[in-house]
Design a protein around this ligand. Structure first.
Ligand code: PRT
Ligand code: ZN
Length: 223
């Protein structure tokens, strides 16, 4: 790959994390001009550009070295680490960013008298997070069917394609609307700054260190 002298950060193009991520970068003193196709934002002062993509693509872009850093949910980062395979470059969570908070939870039908994980044995659980769910099930010694769905996970029990779900929960409103209730929390998530485990040794590494310093200042003020 061609060496780059500008830092490139991947972030969500359009979704829950877009606005707070841009605001945070602005508060770190970075400003951008968007390209016409809205896929790229050129850094105006500092040599830092943004690549605007689907959140699910962010860990892979960092692992491939297409981007140096990414702003992504811990849920997406951890799922990638568990499912990307051994060849993929390992990534690190460099900083928690304090927005996009939610949890990855198992939810069961409201009428089920849920008491303990053991009750999930032999059930089918629908999820978009087969890696994280599989890890939790193994950790609890539970054998259950994992039904991987790309979206609309919460309606699977009503459709009869699953007995329970494992999905992101924030207010809990979606669960209530689907007659489900939270049974187990697998992961507390928020947006994080993700990057390679080892920083590049060129100017980009220096730029990352500077960015981390500014980020720590901004986060400290906010807390
Ligand atoms: O297009 P792209 O793939 O980039 O977007 P996306 O649709 O995959 O992502 P998006 O914008 O929905 O979410 C981006 C990230 O925001 C997630 O990966 C999480 O890290 C974080 N986040 C925070 C959430 C939520 N809160 C959230 N509530 N992501 C999704 N939800 C959904 C959840 O899946 C469920 O359908 O909202 C519903 C539950 O919300 P409550 O409030 O009803 O409990
Ligand atoms: Zn996504």
């Amino acid at each position: 790959m061609k060496p780059r002298d500008r830092l490139r950060i991947a972030m969500q193009k359009s979704g829950r994390l877009t606005e707070p991520a841009l605001e945070l970068l602005n508060r770190c003193g970075l400003s951008f001009r968007q390209s016409r196709d809205k896929l790229f934002c050129f850094g105006e002062g500092e040599p830092v550009d943004l690549l605007l993509v689907r959140d699910d693509d962010i860990p892979g872009l960092i692992a491939q070295g297409v981007c140096d850093l990414g702003i992504v949910g811990r849920n997406v980062l951890n799922e990638y680490q568990l499912t990307a395979g051994l060849d993929a470059a390992p990534l690190s969570e460099w900083r928690p960013l304090g927005f996009g908070r939610c949890r990855l939870s198992i939810a069961v039908p409201q009428e089920l008298d849920y008491q303990q994980p053991k009750q999930l044995a032999g059930t089918r659980i629908a999820t978009s997070y087969p890696g994280l769910l599989g890890q939790w099930l193994r950790g609890h010694g539970i054998e259950a069917g994992v039904v991987t769905l790309a979206g609309s996970v919460e309606i699977a029990p009503r459709l009869g394609t699953a007995d329970a779900i494992c999905d992101l929960v924030q207010s809990g409103g979606t669960l209530v609307a689907n007659q489900l209730r939270e049974a187990e929390v697998l992961l507390e998530s928020e947006a994080v700054l993700a990057g390679p485990q080892v920083l590049p040794t060129d100017e980009r590494g220096d730029m990352i260190e500077l960015l981390l310093k500014r980020l720590d200042g901004v986060i400290q003020v906010r807390e």
